[in-house]
Design a protein around this ligand. Structure first.
Ligand code: GTP
Ligand code: MG
Length: 311
């Protein structure tokens, strides 16, 4: 099989470190390197801590490797101060693949990701997409806004849940349908999977009318390799569906990505400009002298922006 990967892994690792440590300085680099890569399957894996996301990732890597496909993995661990693979091993259970020349695994911690983990992760994923892996996997913890942001880059998002968290599913309801393309009930060897499945199915039914793609539910036991081939089948079906019906889905995801990228850049630039212009210092002194208040300051800010950018 032809190897489409454009860089050797050492260069790739160096580029990622550069992006993590100096996002603003890497902008030019990303501008030059960015390449749409329609052949790359991008899979997002998210869910609560300890649900078995890394164990599943490990199994999925093995399945794709058996087909001769190259795999790139980014594991985001917001609780870790480390980056650059230092925590590979324990929390990220993919040791089996660490010596495989067709697999590149990178972990990202909170250190060095100026401007937030989500924007930095998106930059790194875009780089890896451009590098030409057959499959790209991104693992994140949680179902919050930052996961939703990161997942805008994935074609197919697996939401991994475990039995015994029925009430949590209720609490997650709002975010859940926005993010899940495939529900995975992992640790199906534990009690309570029927209840969880019922909860998930209820949420799917409630949202059915507005879903173009109805997310399937798959049960797995990652540690015993059970349900994995079923999961791979669902992932393939999703890919086929995306090929035939996915134009709007891709457009929506791209739009989402653009908005986040724009907000991220605009936010950083504007804060710098305001700082330089001494706006913050002036606001503080006006606040202290009772001449203004935070709401007046914001009104002034927005009006100035409107003058600059029209409308
Ligand atoms: N019983 C059982 N245990 C599992 C299963 N899958 C994973 N585990 C165990 O659950 C624990 C957490 O697995 P991980 O794969 O690290 O979970 P994770 O979601 O990646 O965890 P974080 O990245 O820390 O959020 C490990 O001890 C696994 O061996 C499963 O299907 N059944
Ligand atoms: Mg993990």
């Amino acid at each position: 099989m032809e190897n489409r990967i454009a860089f050797d892994f050492r260069s790739l690792a160096k580029l990622i470190t550069k992006i993590e440590n100096d996002r603003a300085g890497s902008e030019e680099l990303l501008m030059d390197l960015y390449k749409e890569s329609p052949e790359t399957t991008v899979i997002g894996i998210t869910g609560p801590p300890g649900a078995g996301k890394s164990s599943l990732t490990d199994r999925i890597i093995a399945e794709y490797r058996a087909l001769g496909k190259t795999v790139g993995v980014v594991a985001v661990d917001p609780s870790s101060p480390f980056t650059g693979g230092a925590i590979l091993g324990d929390r990220i259970r993919m040791c089996d693949h660490s010596t495989d020349p067709g697999v590149f695994i990178r972990s990202m911690g909170s250190r060095g990701s100026l401007g937030g983990l989500a924007p930095a992760t998106i930059d790194v994923l875009n780089l890896m997409k451009s590098a030409g892996f057959d499959v790209l996997i991104v693992e994140t913890v949680g179902v919050g806004q930052s996961e939703i942001d990161v997942m805008s880059i994935a074609d197919t998002v697996l939401l991994v849940l475990v039995p015994g968290m029925g009430d949590d599913v209720q609490a997650l309801k709002a975010g859940i349908m926005e993010i899940a393309d495939i529900f995975v009930i992992n640790k199906a060897d534990k009690d309570g999977k029927e209840r969880l499945a019922a909860e998930i199915n209820m949420i799917i039914q409630l949202n059915r009318h507005r879903l173009a793609w109805e997310p399937p539910v798959v049960e797995t036991v990652a540690t015993e390799n059970k349900g994995i081939s079923m999961l791979m089948d669902r992932i393939s079906e999703r890919s086929v569906w995306l090929k035939n019906n996915g134009v709007q889905v891709k457009r929506d995801k791209m739009l989402n990505q653009f908005k986040h990228m724009a907000l991220d850049r605009i936010g950083a630039n504007i804060l710098a400009i305001l700082n330089e212009g001494g706006m913050f210092t002036r606001w503080i002194s006006e606040l202290e002298s009772g001449k203004s208040n935070p709401y007046r300051a914001m009104k002034e800010l927005i009006e100035n922006l409107k003058i600059k950018w029209g409308k």
